[in-house]
Design a protein around this ligand. Structure first.
Ligand SMILES: [Zn+2]
Ligand SMILES: [Zn+2]
Length: 315
């Protein structure tokens, strides 16, 4: 009971702290202010879609799901990421410290990254974050339970800059706070992590969903681009679990053999196999994966009960 109270307290404090920060962000426009940087990134990527030749034959504003995607941007970037995520990540940090405390560990910093020159700090943090994002994304495809939630992102038939935030909230609350844990051991705070995450993650993910046709050439092999990410969204996957899981660099896709960029195959058809059963509304999409997971586990339990009965009869 005491624990429950203190967890609620930690969440509340962090939520209030971030609420104040949020208000302060609105009142003080600046080039590094997330409140303003998000619409700027949206505008820049939207202009790219308008002025560069389109990759698929639909217009940026009239493509399928554009309004819904914009709602997702507001929902995740302003309501979830800028509020709930910070409080959630801080509560996860607190719970983890408490957990270590059970084993008498109070000094959890294994290596103080702040003692290194800035360039090394940046490289280590950047590569680690890039790998964790890559691995988290791979798991979203590899584990069926998680795939049911990630499928909401993949069920989009037409992509554009705003498609990047068309996600199920479970992805944020399960993965993102856990991404922070390794940074904690290196003397990196949640707020530093959130700021870094905003900077590194934002520009790239919005850009990778842009409906633009540019010959990215060698850049495709180094950084995530719309060319490679559209193949990640292909309805018919080039292999069982998917390809191109990158969120910033393609390094991990090359290392683990998931990089895919065919030379003469044109553009992939986007979406998932059971496209028709995915609801078209925001609330429908938020509930749908839970229904699938629940009915799958009910079916699994019924099957194992039937199997047990069959075995008993045999004996
Ligand atoms: Zn994916
Ligand atoms: Zn995507």
């Amino acid at each position: 009971m005491y624990y429950l109270l203190s967890i609620t307290e930690v969440f509340k404090n962090n939520f209030n702290f971030y609420k104040e920060y949020f208000v302060q962000q609105i009142q003080n426009p600046a080039w590094d202010n997330p409140f303003y940087i998000i619409p700027v990134i949206c505008l820049l990527t939207f202009l790219l879609e308008l002025f560069l030749p389109r990759k698929l034959e639909y217009k940026p504003l009239s493509r399928k799901g554009f309004t819904l995607d914009l709602f997702y941007v507001i929902f995740f970037d302003y309501l979830i990421l800028l509020f709930g995520f910070f409080a959630f990540a801080s509560t996860t940090e607190y719970l983890f410290k408490e957990f270590l405390g059970l084993f008498g560990v109070s000094d959890y910093i294994l290596f103080d990254i702040k003692k290194l020159p800035f360039i090394f700090q940046f490289l280590i943090i950047f590569l680690l974050l890039d790998f964790l994002q890559w691995f988290g994304h791979f798991l979203l495809h590899r584990i069926d339970f998680l795939w049911q939630f990630h499928k909401i992102h993949h069920a989009q038939e037409e992509l554009g800059f705003a498609s990047t935030r068309h996600f199920h909230w479970v992805e944020y609350f399960v993965f993102k706070p856990l991404l922070f844990l390794p940074f904690m051991f290196m003397n990196f705070s949640v707020s530093e992590f959130v700021a870094l995450y905003l900077w590194i993650g934002y520009g790239f993910t919005f850009f990778s969903h842009c409906n633009i046709r540019v010959n990215w050439n060698w850049l495709n092999y180094i950084l995530i681009t719309p060319e490679t990410h559209y193949w990640h969204h292909a309805k018919t996957l080039p292999n069982r679990y998917g390809v191109n899981f990158a969120s910033t660099t393609t390094l991990w896709d090359h290392i683990f053999g998931f990089f895919y960029l065919p030379k003469d195959k044109g553009q992939p058809i986007l979406g998932v196999d059971d496209q028709e059963i995915i609801p078209k509304t925001f609330f429908g999409q938020m509930i749908h994966p839970f229904k699938v997971v629940f009915s799958k586990s009910k079916r699994k339990n019924a099957l194992s009960r039937a199997e047990k009965r069959r075995r008993r009869k045999k004996k």
